[in-house]
Design a protein. Structure first.
Length: 309
């Protein structure tokens, strides 16, 4: 199989594939063009290489958990498996880069992706601030460390997010007018996003009080018309029904793997290609479901297939 494949992906603790006789140095002898991707908790080198890892472990070690949550509260794990997902995404990018380079060099190579490395890459902003100032980033709730307003606010009937960008100077006067606080426009403490962040403790109660006077729907209409970035804080059910999500075909239905005539809903592909559309063709395969099909396509001399796994 190795002689006919372009990519091999494994996610064992380093050393396992070597013990199985399937390490990169062995595989490359049979196929010098193969892209051999090894995804592990801590990578192929370093003092932690033999440690097992899970999503929560690398999120904790990489700093993600330390800056998530409300100020003064215990550490909080984000609501998504960022340790697992980030490693998978970086691995996919690395594999594609290696395949592209192979078109030039004609040679394959090993891709070494560590879950912990990916967590640091995701926290580039936090590390940049630490390197620049020496101050250790702390949890800030939903707000941004250097831009204000940029967070979730309570409204009359729920919560919504509002975000300002540094160069959009016309947004602040419009926002103040909608809040009913035009007196804030010329206040030197709040002249730009940086100074507003410095006086956050004075400004935040004023904005919060104003935001609670209207419903989320009212704010969305008024802020959007003013060109100020905003959005509702949706729960999963609300997000699934969002018209933008529907328009982008991000909720799809596929046949149930064990019940004829029954369909199940899944998340669609976020990758939209104009010529070769990405699509979800079915549910996740059962363990070993396609083994025979793959072996036939690769190993039987008389078997023909238009697709390669």
């Amino acid at each position: 199989m190795v002689k006919k494949c372009d990519v091999l992906v494994e996610n064992f603790v380093p050393g396992v594939m070597e013990r199985l006789g399937l390490g990169y140095q062995v595989i490359r002898k049979h196929n010098p063009r193969i892209i051999y991707a090894a995804v592990s908790g801590f990578g192929q080198t370093g003092p932690y290489t033999q440690r097992p890892a899970l999503d929560i472990i690398v999120q904790g070690m990489g700093g993600m958990i330390s800056i998530t949550g409300e100020p003064g509260r215990p550490p909080v794990r984000p609501g998504a498996s960022l340790g697992d997902i980030a490693a998978g995404l970086y691995a996919a990018v690395a594999i594609l880069a290696a395949l592209h380079e192979r078109e030039i060099s004609g040679q394959g190579q090993m891709v070494d992706v560590a879950m912990l490395d990916c967590q640091l890459a995701l926290l580039e902003n936090a590390f940049a601030r630490y390197f620049a100032t020496g101050e250790i980033p702390r949890p800030l709730g939903t707000r941004h460390p250097v831009t204000t307003p940029f967070q979730a606010y309570e409204t009359k009937d729920g919560y919504m997010t509002v975000g300002f960008v540094g160069g959009a100077k016309d947004q602040w006067p419009l926002f103040c007018a909608l809040l009913g606080r035009v007196d804030l426009i010329d206040d030197e403490r709040f002249r730009d996003t940086w100074t507003r962040t410095q006086y956050y403790d004075e400004l935040n109660p004023i904005i919060s009080e104003g935001m609670r006077k209207k419903t989320t729907r009212q704010w969305l209409k008024e802020l959007s018309e003013a060109g100020i970035p905003c959005g509702p804080v949706s729960n999963v059910a609300q997000a699934a029904k969002d018209p933008q999500v529907k328009a982008r075909q991000m909720i799809v239905q596929v046949p149930h793997p064990g019940k004829r005539g029954v369909k199940v809903k899944l998340i669609g592909s976020p990758i939209k290609l104009s010529r070769t559309p990405a699509m979800v063709q079915g549910p996740s395969p059962r363990h070993g479901e396609h083994t025979q099909k793959v072996l036939k396509e690769l190993l039987e001399p008389n078997h023909s297939s238009k697709t390669r796994p």
